[in-house]
Design a protein around this ligand. Structure first.
Ligand code: AMP
Ligand code: MG
Length: 420
């Protein structure tokens, strides 16, 4: 198995844990992408996953047109040594083409997007033309044949694949679909994701907070992260720290969902039944990963459903979700995998780190007056400090072997904007 090179010199390493890349490698073959599809109008296709390649039945643009406001002429007529006058024979505005053919020493007034008339192949911009009379202009040397013309099919050629199956549709993509005249597309069905929190100490917002209790925040962070991935969420509330209750909730969730996600109850405390029940009712692939925060992280199957048992600490929930759940959800949704942007920048604050786990510290990536990037850590880095996530705009990813980081040392960062 793929364990750390030499755990003995890594004081934060736990021999029961597997490396993050090993965890990802175990998750990947287990996730079976959804197969069911539905047809949606492109107005509703944003953030859906294409189920089939899209081929264009059109050239875009459909005809050569002008990239500028000016005069369409024949390139061969352009002057070499001294100015030449051209006869103005008509206009070609966007949506209102010039109907006839343009001949020698003739020109047509064209606006941006207007079709290049038959016979013409060049546009001279209006600022470089001298109007002589109502129907005559003069063009000076220095123009190039073919200039300022957008060729037919230069954006999209008829028959070419504009978007591939597995594409997570962006605003640009839905516009692109419209530009080739496609009104509806086949997409994979949305995945059904059940989630719940565990813990006797949890109270809901609006409820009174008795001594020793805390508000359930994971429910909201999880729901929000799932929302951004456009799944069909099944919020199953809170399960108390009671073995029977955990079993019941697992059964109900597994029957309805493609994936079940829990938070809390996955460590080795007295009342932590998640792993136990998963072992009994389904199968556990792993339950400890060498990352910080987030070491207790259970992954396995629960009947037909995939199962992630996230840790209870609010920051651990987010780190493990982004690192492991999100890629699994994208794969489940039928989407082609993409790697979040990673930058290598100098640290502007020292970073405490012990070798033995991959750490996801919370950072603020910023630019100085000269445009140079650097990253500083947000305040306290404990796994329960949710403000550290809220203030941050990136993860600072520190490798397993990495120790203390000094100011000026380069570190990898993953901006949140690239993973939401
Ligand atoms: P556990 O893994 O259940 O031992 O939880 C670890 C820590 O996370 C404890 O301090 C819990 O109180 C806290 N925690 C667990 N679930 C939640 C939740 N839904 N919202 C906020 N904090 C939680
Ligand atoms: Mg608990």
């Amino acid at each position: 198995m793929n364990r750390a090179p030499d755990p003995s010199c890594m004081d934060d390493f736990d021999v029961q844990s597997i490396l993050p890349e090993e965890a990802a490698a175990r998750i990947r073959p287990i996730v079976q992408p959804v197969q069911d599809t539905e047809v949606v109008a492109i107005a509703n296709a944003l953030d859906r996953v294409l189920a089939a390649d899209i081929q264009s039945t059109l050239d875009v643009p459909g005809h050569a047109n002008s990239a500028m406001d000016g005069y369409a002429v024949r390139g061969e007529d352009l002057p070499q040594d001294e100015s030449i006058s051209f006869t103005l024979i008509g206009t070609a505005f966007a949506g209102h083409p010039y109907a006839d053919t343009l001949g020698a020493q003739e020109c047509v007034r064209v606006m941006t997007g207007g079709l290049i008339p038959e016979g013409a192949d060049t546009v001279v911009i209006q600022e470089r033309v001298r109007a002589v009379g109502e129907t005559e202009i003069e063009i000076s040397p220095g123009e190039t044949a073919g200039q300022n013309v957008r060729a037919a099919g230069e954006d999209i050629a008829e028959g070419s694949v504009v978007l591939r199956a597995g594409r997570w549709l962006t605003p640009a993509d839905v516009g692109l679909l419209a530009s080739v005249g496609i009104a509806e597309v086949s997409v994979f069905r949305r995945t059904r994701i059940a989630f719940f929190s565990t813990g006797d100490e949890l109270r809901e917002v609006g409820e009174e907070l008795e001594e020793g209790c805390i508000y359930n925040s994971n429910r909201y962070t999880l729901a929000a992260m799932l929302k951004r991935l456009h799944v069909e969420p099944l919020d199953m509330g809170v399960i108390r720290d009671d073995r029977k209750a955990v079993e019941q909730a697992f059964r109900a969730a597994a029957e309805q969902a493609d994936m079940v996600i829990t938070s809390g109850g996955v460590s080795v405390g007295e009342a932590d039944y998640v792993k136990e029940v998963l072992e009994e009712m389904g199968s556990v692939s792993f339950w400890k990963v060498a990352i910080k925060p987030g070491r207790p992280l259970a992954f396995g199957r629960l009947g037909e459903a995939l199962f992630f048992g996230l840790p209870g600490n609010p920051v651990s929930v987010m780190v493990t979700f982004y690192q492991f759940v999100r890629p699994a959800l994208l794969q489940l949704a039928g989407a082609t995998p993409s790697t979040p942007l990673r930058l290598n920048v100098p640290a502007s604050t020292p970073l405490r780190k012990r070798p033995g786990r991959v750490e996801y510290q919370r950072g603020i990536l910023s630019q100085d007056e000269d445009g140079n990037y650097s990253v500083s850590k947000t305040g306290m880095q404990g796994s329960g400090i949710l403000t550290s996530m809220s203030q941050a705009n990136c993860f600072i990813v520190l490798s397993l072997e990495q120790g203390q980081v000094e100011v000026g040392e380069h570190v990898d960062v993953v901006p949140f904007d690239s993973i939401t």
